[in-house]
Design a binder for this molecule. Sequence first.
Ligand SMILES: [Zn+2]
Length: 440
Amino acid sequence: MNKEIDLLIKGGIILCMDNEMQNLENYQIAIDNGRIIDICPTESKDYIARKILDASDCIIMPGLINAHTHLPMTYFRGLADDLPLEIWLNNYIWPLEAKILNRKFIYNASLHGAAEMLKNGITQIHDMYFDMPAIADACTKVGLRAIIGEAFLDSNTSSPEKLPELGNKMLQMRQRYKDNPLVDFNLAPHSIYGCSRKTLEKCAQIAEETGILLHMHLSETKSEVEQCVQDYGLKPVFYLKDIGILDLPAVYAHGVWMDEEEIELLSEVPASIAICTESNLKLASGILPLATYKKYGVNLCFATDGVASNNNLDILSEMDVTAKLHKVMNKDPAFLPAVDIVKMATCDAAKALGISRKRGSLEVGKDADICILNLSELESQPLYNPYSHIVYAMTSRNVRDVIVNGKIMLENGRLTQVDESALIASAKEQKEYILKQLSK
Ligand SMILES: [Zn+2]
C-alpha cells in the first residue's frame, strides 16, 4: 500500500527525545498534514512523498524551543549595551518604546526576529511584548510557532480598570487566530515590580477562568527581590503564593535570586523556569542556583530573552554556556550532562509550555516541528555522541533545515517564506529611524 504524503525525511540519526530516549538510524519520518504519521525503517516503501528531504549525515531532532522572548526587540540589538538592567530599561528601552512602537515597527522587527529564530533551529517561541496581532502575523508569515502575550505594566496601557478588558482581549485573540496552527497566547503580567498587587490578582483570576498559561519575569535581579520584600513583606515566590498566582501553570523567566525555601515551594506547583543565562551574564544580574532547582525537580528550560539583552537568539549557545557555567559553579564536570541539556531545550520546554502532548519529541501523532543539523562539517566529525555534539560542538551554523507544522521553513540554510536580504535592508533602514527618535 503506497500512501501519498507531504514530506519524507530520510536517513541520519533521529533523536526522538521520547520517554525511551530512542536514537534511530536508517529510519525515515513520514509527515502529512503537519503531523508525524510514521517513523519507519528507510527501506519501507509504504509512502510516496511529494517532497523528500535527504538527511543522511545529519542529526534530526525536535525543533528547539525558546521559552522567553521579546521578539520585536530585534531592532534594539546592540543599541545600549554594558549597562545595569534598571538603567538599560529606564533610560533607553522604555522611553524609546514609548516613542516609536507602532504596528508596522513591531511587525517588521518580529519578521526579522522570527526569521533569525528559524536560522537558530528554533521552531517555537514563548513571547511577551505589545501588539499581539502584529507579532502573530509576522510569525505566521515567516513560519515560526509562537505563544504570544501582551506585557501588562501598570505604567503602560494596563491600568487595573482596564484589566477585565485584557482578559476579554486574550479570548478574542484566541478566537481570531483559532484556525492558525502556529499561534497561541499567554497571559503576561510583566513582573512584580511592573505590576501592582491588584493587577497580579486580576491576572490570577483571568488565568484561572481561562486556563491560559502565565508568563512573567521573576527574581531577575537582587534589587527587585529586596524591593518586593520591602514593599510586601514577602519573598517573591511567597508573595505570588499569597496572591494566588503560584498555583496556576506558569513560565517564570530568570529565577536568578531565589532561595531554597522558594525553590521548594516552586517544585510543588505547575511552574517552570526559563533560564536566560546569557542575558543574566551580560546584564550582570547573577547566576541562577541551578543545582538547587535540580535538587527539588523544578522543570527547567532555555530562553534567550529579548535580543537587546543577549544579543542573539541562539539557544544552542545558551545550552553550551549554561552547561559549562554550572559545571564550574558546582565544581563538577559530571553535573548537567549533555543529554539533560538537550531535554531542557526540547521535551522539558514543551512541558513548560503545556504542549507536551503535541510537541517536544519526535513521535507518531505529534506535530512535525523538526530541526536538522548538518554533520558533514569539520567541526561535527567524528561523531561519538550526538547529545555531546549538539551542546558542545555544534553551533547555529550547523542548522541546515527547519520544519514547522510539517512545512520546510528553512532549507539548506535558506528561509523559504521570506527574503532574507529584504529583512536585512529593512533593519538597516530602521536603525536610522531609531537613532533619530533617540536623539529627539
Ligand atoms: Zn524578558
